[in-house]
Design a binder for this molecule. Structure first.
Ligand code: COA
Length: 695
């Protein structure tokens, strides 16, 4: 790379504009200024007869530089740059390879012809980061490809393969070759008159009021929470009028999106996915994993085995009894068939993938595998026994992992003579679908084994998040804390349904009581019994209502009743017995009854979540606030547009959070305690985002 990210190369009558701004040629300020100046310079010179824009590196421009979002905009603005491109007297063509997304795709749309290279994908992913296309995507694309296709691209954010782009007239040609070579050839064709160029802005959009109306109606149902998708439709609708008015309107909508917390939340989610890989062990060489053993054929074990098989890893599945093993194989078969149906696995590969599964009752069959993942039920004695056996069976250097969701991994490791090889790999159910993998680092875990966990996450297409040992690690520790706040509100007088509805309106896919019904209320019941002797004597008991439901055999969906009643798997209303159960539980609890507004419910629940999340960061269980955000976004259904609990916390601010906690503490000083980290932030004017930058 030269110092300048945009350079001009002159070859006879041809001028090439080369963009070289690693890693993805984003249109940061220097690129914007460089493109504009290059077009102006070449037109002022008036020598070149064709200009071809191409990119160095892995991809054509992959979009605006997201890191500049939310900061003061440095001129020139992208729409001005692209208007300069479109109004160039000398024809300009774009040679696009890799992923031409957002502002990159719009650069193509503003050029006078677009040449795709094999493998190209184009897209308008802006809605994924809370904005709309801001540099003519909603105005130029409908002129080229019509309103329905524009709405599809701009609302789904999907990457459109080159062949489909060609079919819709979005690109003019699809060819093989090196970007620079193609740039020279195609520019020559422009000069020779064999490649036709035209200005997109000179075309007219065919009005389609029906597509606009249907899309609006659909969004009311599917994206009521979101700001940007509705603005996309408004802007695309304007593309039937004069171009300059449409562009002005689009820009205003884009800027309005920029100002929303949703934009900040979605961008935090984008970076969270990538930031979590930045771990202290990232320079270590991972151990090679070419085969995996999974112990336990239950839902988790089968899901983990499925995930490994889908990633092309051979799996030995161990169970203690034949019926358990048969059930495991049946679940894996069903999972893989589902993967074929969903297009995640090709028909052709199904048989070979199934054949890579070796079911066995003999743990000795794990002697040669590179990684063992234990996924039996949560009992420390059983786990210790298994790890003791693995120590005698497995080859030296094999990684020994437990899928425990809260047990102490140091203690499990101590059951072996090789604690350096032991790690926690906490998958989330269903393990072949959920993207989160908590990678739990025990005291003696070898750094190379940690790196191996992250390499595995990548191979399984999961998001690995580093956690230290504590009860429940990052996710379940925080969950155990804030779920009590929901139970307390019910004991205080809110109905379980009001709590669920309020939190769903906030953006959670399901409220906590519906989640409890789905996961099985018996799980929490068993946990409360397990922890009973450790519960502080001054802690308000949160399990009264759930315990009563469980005592009646109502574990949720799987028993047809829990907080709600289910018929054929569909919720039909609250459990009619709840009235009596609540009355009884509230009497036992003894707190005065009160009304909660939906906002009170959200505030208390989120403040409880943030408090424990802050302590998890303070205790060093998570590396940074953004790691906690990633856990909740990718493992707990946290609304993506809110960015994660600690990103959301920054929108409230430390001072207000402290005010709330201190007010709630008037009722329950044991539960509501101000984390030290919040006090420090309030005193210094800091945020969790600052800690991400430092960490
Ligand atoms: N602005 C700033 N940085 C960006 C970026 C953008 N638009 N797109 C990607 N990056 C950064 C990533 O953060 C990552 O940085 P890191 O290495 O420091 O973590 C690096 O570029 C590589 O991206 P990554 O996603 O890891 O690579 P990939 O090859 O898997 O995917 C893309 C490449 C372009 C498909 C993917 O990064 C992407 O979808 N980017 C967003 C595109 C977008 O939304 N554009 C529209 C903006 S208006």
């Amino acid at each position: 790379m030269t110092d300048q990210p945009v350079t001009i190369e002159r070859e006879g009558d041809i001028a090439l504009i080369r963009i070289d701004n690693p890693p993805v040629n984003a249109t940061g300020q220097a690129v914007r200024a460089g493109i504009k100046a290059s077009i102006e310079e070449l037109n002022a010179e008036g020598k070149a007869r064709a200009i071809a824009i191409y990119c160095a590196g892995r991809t054509f421009v992959a979009g605006a530089d997201i890191r500049e979002f939310g900061k003061p905009m440095q001129p020139p603005a992208l729409p001005d740059v692209y208007n300069t491109v479109e109004s160039s007297e000398i024809p300009v063509i774009a040679i696009m390879h890799g992923t031409a997304l957002g502002g990159g795709f719009e650069l193509g749309l503003s050029s006078h012809a677009r040449i795709g290279l094999t493998g190209l994908r184009v897209g308008l992913p802006e809605v994924n980061i809370g904005v709309i296309p801001g540099a003519s995507g909603t105005q130029r694309l409908p002129r080229l490809a019509g309103i329905p296709f524009t709405l599809d691209m701009a609302l789904s954010g999907r990457m459109v393969p080159a062949a489909e782009a060609l079919e819709h007239g979005v690109i003019d040609q699809l060819v093989d070759g090196d970007p620079r070579d193609v740039a020279l050839t195609k520019a020559q064709e422009v000069i020779d008159g064999t490649l036709v160029t035209r200005r997109t802005g000179a075309l007219e959009t065919t009005p389609d009021p029906e597509a606009i109306a249907t899309t609006r109606a659909k969004l009311e149902k599917t994206a009521a929470h979101l700001f940007a998708p509705h603005r996309v439709v408004d802007a695309v609708e304007k593309s039937t009028g004069p171009m300059d008015e449409g562009l002005k309107f689009e820009r205003a909508q884009f800027m309005a999106c920029m100002d929303t917390p949703q934009r900040a939340g979605l961008i935090n989610a984008f970076f969270a996915e990538r930031a979590v890989a930045n771990i202290p062990e990232k320079k270590e060489t991972p151990r090679e994993i070419a085969s995996v053993g999974v112990i336990g054929g239950g839902t988790m074990g089968s899901g983990i085995a499925t995930s490994c098989l889908l990633a092309g890893l051979p799996v030995t599945l161990v169970e203690v009894a034949q019926d358990g093993l048969d059930r495991g194989v049946a679940t894996i078969t069903k999972n893989l068939q589902g993967a074929v149906k969903r297009g995640k696995l090709s028909e052709a590969k199904y048989d070979a993938t199934m054949a890579a599964l070796t079911p066995t009752l003999a743990m000795e069959d794990l002697a040669e595998v590179d990684l063992v993942i234990e996924a039996v039920f949560e009992n420390m004695d059983v786990k210790k026994e298994i790890f003791g056996k693995l120590d005698t069976i497995c080859k030296p250097g094999a990684v020994l992992a437990s899928n425990t969701s809260y047990l102490n991994v140091d203690e499990i490791a101590a059951a072996t003579g090789r604690p350096q090889d032991v790690i926690g790999l906490h998958f989330f159910s269903p393990a072949h679908v959920m993207r989160l993998l908590e990678i739990v680092v025990a005291d003696k875990t070898d750094p190379a084994v940690v790196a191996t966990g992250f390499a595995l996450a990548k191979r399984l297409k999961k998001i690995g998040v580093r956690a230290e040992v504590c009860d429940g690690f990052i996710g379940n520790r925080i969950l155990a804390h804030y779920s009590k706040s929901a139970s307390y509100m019910v004991l205080d007088g809110a109905s379980p349904q009001q709590v669920d509805d309020a939190l769903e309106a906030f953006g959670f896919a399901m409220g906590p009581n519906r989640v409890g019904d789905l996961a099985g209320l018996d799980i929490g019941w068993a946990n409360r019994k397990r922890m009973a002797d450790q519960r502080p004597s001054n802690e308000r008991y949160a399990g009264l209502v759930s315990d009563a439901l469980c005592e009646n055999g109502w574990y949720g969906r799987k028993t047809g009743k829990g907080f709600y009643v289910y018929e054929d798997g569909r919720e039909t209303g609250p459990n009619p017995a709840l009235g009596d159960i609540l009355e009884d539980a509230r009497a036992k609890d003894g707190a005065p009854q009160r009304d909660y507004t939906d906002q009170d419910i959200v505030d208390r629940y989120m403040t409880a979540m943030i408090s424990e999340a802050a302590r998890v960061v303070e205790d060093g269980i998570a590396l940074r606030p953004i790691d906690v955000d990633a856990v909740f976004l990718f493992g707990y259904g946290f609304p993506r547009f809110r960015g994660g609990p600690l990103c959301y916390a920054d929108t409230i601010g430390a001072a207000e959070l402290i005010r709330r906690i201190e007010a709630y503490a008037q009722e329950d000083a044991q539960y509501w305690q101000v984390p030290e980290i919040l006090r420090r932030m309030a005193a210094e004017g800091g945020t969790f985002a600052d800690l991400n930058r430092e960490g």
